[in-house]
Design a protein around this ligand. Structure first.
Ligand code: KIV
Length: 264
């Protein structure tokens, strides 16, 4: 696959072309993604739930993400590689810079942080030092205990307005892209239209610029499957490369997510 950079994502947004992203934790799957044309690979802290068997992402450590990033890097061919900064690894400025540098040395080309206005300064510091940032807003799983569960975010008009302002602030602070998780489709559309940077959605409806899914959800093997995911393996009679290709095609054609995967 032709090498995907942050500029590629900006160009795709400008041209109104959707792009496909998937989580990945090992070299073999990373190589399948390259063949299928998956533009973005996320080494997500979802690994705590789908690989390590925890009931949240909180136990994931920097060394875990680094290990999986190094595996993915070996198998990838062209996809843009994003790595999650795990829970409490960006609580102070010094920690943020040090840990983001560790992920970049392990092969990441961008780091993802969860939060709104409070990560604006970290975003600025990282961007100024050459580390692209994906800001993750909406349902932020590292804050599941404060939120009170894996719940839709931004249904309340005041919360929605705050999210729009925070998204603009993060763009102004230098974020290279934004990920929106589990928010109403109309709010995701408003934020996507308001920003120049690409917006990636999961449970955020079809109007964002790119879609992301956890690979275990796409294959229908996650112990808990949220309503916004789709089992693409069931559609293609058991071929994993076929399921990944079907997901990429559906995202690009705008047929996934459908109304049944979307929140009002
Ligand atoms: O960690 C992860 O896999 C994520 C996705 C849910 C987007 O952040």
């Amino acid at each position: 696959m032709k090498k995907v950079s942050v500029n590629t994502l900006h160009k795709l947004k400008a041209e109104g072309e959707k792009f496909a992203c998937l989580t990945c934790y090992d070299a073999l799957f990373a190589s399948l993604y390259g063949n299928a044309g998956v533009e973005v690979i996320l080494v997500g802290d979802s690994l705590g739930m789908v690989i390590q068997g925890h009931d949240s992402t909180l136990p994931v450590k920097m060394d875990d993400v680094i290990y999986h990033m190094e595996c993915v890097k070996r198998g990838s061919s062209g996809s843009l590689l994003i790595a999650d900064l795990p829970f409490m690894s960006y609580a102070s400025e010094a920690q943020t810079l040090e840990n983001a540098a560790r992920l970049m040395r392990a092969g990441a080309q961008m780091v993802k942080l969860e939060g709104g206005a409070w990560i604006a300064e970290s975003t600025r510091l990282l961007a100024e030092r050459g580390i692209p940032v994906c800001a993750h807003m909406g349902l932020t799983p590292q804050s599941v205990n404060r939120i009170g569960g894996f719940l839709v975010q931004g249904r309340d008009p005041a919360q929605a307005d705050k999210m729009i302002e925070e998204a603009k602030l993060l763009e102004a602070s230098g974020a290279s892209c934004l990920l929106l998780e589990t928010v109403p489709q109309a709010l995701a559309r408003t934020i996507t239209d308001a920003l120049n940077i690409p917006v990636i959605g999961i449970g955020a409806g079809k109007d964002v610029d790119g879609q992301i899914m956890v690979i275990h959800d796409l294959l229908g093997i996650s112990p808990i499957t949220p309503s916004f995911v789709k089992n693409f393996l069931a559609e293609v009679d058991g071929s994993i490369p076929g399921a990944i290709a079907a997901y990429v095609s559906a995202v690009k054609a705008g047929t996934f997510p459908g109304p049944e995967h979307t929140f009002d």
